[in-house]
Design a protein around this ligand. Sequence first.
Ligand SMILES: C[S@@+](CC[C@H](N)C(=O)[O-])C[C@H]1O[C@@H](n2cnc3c(N)ncnc32)[C@H](O)[C@@H]1O
Length: 201
Amino acid sequence: MGRWFAALYDTVMAPLERGGFQDIRKQLLRQARGKVLEIGSGTGVNFPYYTEAEHVIALDPEPAMVERSLRRATHAAVPIEVIVARAEALPFADHTFDTVVGTLVFCTIPDPRQALCELQRISTPGGTALFFEHVRVHRPLVGRLQDWLTPVWKHVAGGCHLNRDTLALITQAGFTVTCIAPHYKELFLVIAAKPSAPPIG
Ligand SMILES: C[S@@+](CC[C@H](N)C(=O)[O-])C[C@H]1O[C@@H](n2cnc3c(N)ncnc32)[C@H](O)[C@@H]1O
């Protein structure tokens, strides 16, 4: 699954990228400052849009994805290092990153709660979390259609769940959401959030 998914990803996504995703990524990622961690970076589609970051570490558990992303990392405007790792077990010390980024990834991560817990742990106090995700829609008919399609869809789309309520997961994980911008009739959300402050003492 991994190798062919990686090989087809950019081609399948190209119409969506041209149809609006590129603009969304550009707006979102210019807010990424300081030391940045991107989870589930895939083929590196976000890499050209980092302009203000000091340094980006990007990770993905799928070696075929990482391999494909290396060329984009080399041509990026800021230094980008790509590693093979899972968002649920981040190989970094507490409070390392000023900005954490996830785009179209929480639909796929097997344990999104654990991944969000890890993002809390490695974020600096006062840091920023930037997400662009598709989510379960709160309109009954569309939401039920997403529930119905997910068991089949996840087998053809690399584990993607169409019906994750990622906004709820983000708030339940203790992030304070500072901005939500809906796109495509609320099927996609751009979310900016702040990690919770570490306990005093
Ligand atoms: C739909 S692709 C999104 C790629 C890219 N972020 C984008 O915006 O187009 C989902 C990515 O999440 C990665 N992924 C799957 N499980 C993961 C995990 N546990 N931790 C981090 N990334 C994961 C997949 O390998 C894949 O590259």
